[in-house]
Design a protein around this ligand. Structure first.
Ligand SMILES: [Zn+2]
Length: 476
């Protein structure tokens, strides 16, 4: 019989170590593929824990895999540890307060993500060690989740082959299944024109900046005629210079195209390319179009999701203390009256308590279990976990690491996740994913069902969204 009490005991024993991982990664705060110190720290820690570590997998310096155990089922756990630009923030500070000398910050909570996943791998390993069961756990170090398509490259390069199931999580304001996410492409449009004196000889100039403007206008008209679940975002990478009196002979745009499926993104991208070519034609400029990569939508595997949901329900959400609630109250007080009211309402509803009570302890400790409605929930964000979910039965949960309503990619999120609130979220995750692994090893027949569901969902088809010739880090 499956020794569930063991998981709880192990997680308890390892809780200080898990909290330490989260603070170490939070302080390192590195970006993209340049996460050498964070990767080394985790690799060395896993070796000390008895994992066999392979560094630089998929020909990516900062990607790794730590393996423990032998035989099937082989379970993968996906760790992330990259931070975000311009979002360095001191933990616990209720005002904008960058850490001196730090360019990046864990405003997406990947410090806790690393701690929860590596912690889960350690808990699962201890379970195998103490029970002598057959099974393998592999924890993958995946760099550059933020706009770098780290896992999409790792999938293309075969890093996840041989896995039977895969678990991961993401920090958020409550504990639930991370639903379907949008597929996405990242594309750069470089326009080249002819410069001239804008006052003296404007007729000789061909403006690359005009081409960008016309392209954006064209895409604005396109937005009405694409599926409403799609998103098309843009930014100017180069506006051609600062002098209005010089015709701009270079200008560049970066586009993100998101939609429920990669095939939707393909269809929209083809039309956006035509608009770019149209803009070039109108302005007699040239356009160079470069797709830097993309990622698939996330397909939560029903069997894997139910196993992880059951594990979360059984193990419980984060064990927040009065100290954690006191930190949370400080962040609740920062909100506008409307936002505060909405946060309290949402939290009280999730916890099944009065608004008054929730305002005193404003963190969601309960777990939302998976049902059909939760399985179908569509998020408008994107994640490279999606690519893994196309080739291995995969599921991702979220767990509470902030007060309700704190958006990811904000300094407020970084400030909260970096405290003991983030630690408690990570420990709850290590416990739940650890238990889910034990469940799969105890009932290996679930793998067959999960793989059948995956085949039904994808038809066995996976096309990498990474064009040939594009390398990790290109366009970052
Ligand atoms: Zn993230």
């Amino acid at each position: 019989m499956y020794e569930t009490k063991k998981i709880h005991e192990i997680a308890e024993r390892k809780s200080d170590e898990i909290a330490q991982i989260q603070h170490s990664i939070f302080d390192l705060a590195e970006y993209g593929y340049e996460v050498q110190k964070s990767a080394s720290y985790l690799e060395e820690l896993l070796e000390k824990e008895g994992f066999q570590v392979e560094r630089g997998i998929g020909d990516i310096e900062t990607a790794f895999v730590g393996t423990y155990g032998s035989g099937k089922p082989v379970i993968g756990i996906l760790a992330e540890y990259d931070a975000l630009p311009n979002l360095s923030q001191k933990a616990g500070e209720t005002k904008r307060c960058p850490i001196e000398g730090k360019a990046y910050g864990h405003a997406c909570g990947h410090s806790a993500l690393a701690a929860g996943t590596v912690g889960a791998a350690i808990v699962a390993k201890e379970y195998l060690k103490e029970t002598g069961k057959t099974g393998t756990v592999k924890v993958f170090g995946c760099p550059a989740e933020e706009t770098g398509f780290g896992k999409s490259f790792m999938v293309k390069r075969g890093c996840f082959e041989g896995l039977d199931m895969c678990f991961t999580w993401h920090p958020m304001d409550h504990t639930t299944l991370w639903g379907r996410t949008l597929a996405y492409y990242k594309v750069r449009f470089d326009f080249k024109g002819i410069t001239a004196h804008a006052g003296g000889a404007p007729e000789l100039g061909r403006s690359a900046l005009d081409a960008c403007e016309l392209m954006n206008v064209g895409v604005n008209y396109l937005r009405e005629h694409i599926i409403s679940s799609a998103r098309v975002h843009y930014a100017y990478l180069d506006a051609g210079g600062e002098a209005p009196n010089i015709v701009q002979d270079h200008a560049s745009l970066l586009y993100f195209i998101r939609a429920p499926k990669m095939s939707d993104c393909d269809a929209i991208l083809a039309r956006v390319k035509k608009i770019a070519q149209g803009a070039a034609l109108m302005t007699e400029t040239d356009v160079n179009i470069k797709v830097f990569g993309g990622l698939h939508d996330n397909l939560p595997n029903p069997t894997a999701s139910r196993i992880l949901s059951d594990a979360f329900v059984a193990e419980g959400g984060p064990d927040f203390t009065e100290e954690d609630f006191a930190i949370a109250r400080k962040f609740l007080d920062l909100l506008s009256p409307e936002a505060k009211e909405a946060a309290i309402k949402a939290g009280a509803k999730a916890e099944g308590i009065s608004e008054e009570e929730f305002a005193k302890r404003p963190l969601i400790t309960s777990v939302e279990a998976v049902d059909d409605r939760v399985m179908e929930r569509q998020y408008t964000a994107s994640t490279d976990v999606g690519d893994v979910s196309y080739i291995v039965p995969t599921t991702q949960y979220s767990a509470t690491t902030s007060i309700p309503g704190t958006g990811l990619h904000t300094w407020q999120f970084a400030a909260q996740v970096g405290t003991s609130i983030g630690d408690k979220g990570s420990i709850a995750v290590a416990r739940a994913i650890g238990r889910a692994c034990a469940e799969v090893w105890e009932n290996p027949e679930v793998v067959k069902t999960a793989k059948e569901e995956l085949l039904e969902a994808t038809g066995g088809e996976y096309v990498s969204p990474i064009p040939d010739g594009v390398e990790p880090g290109d366009g970052m």
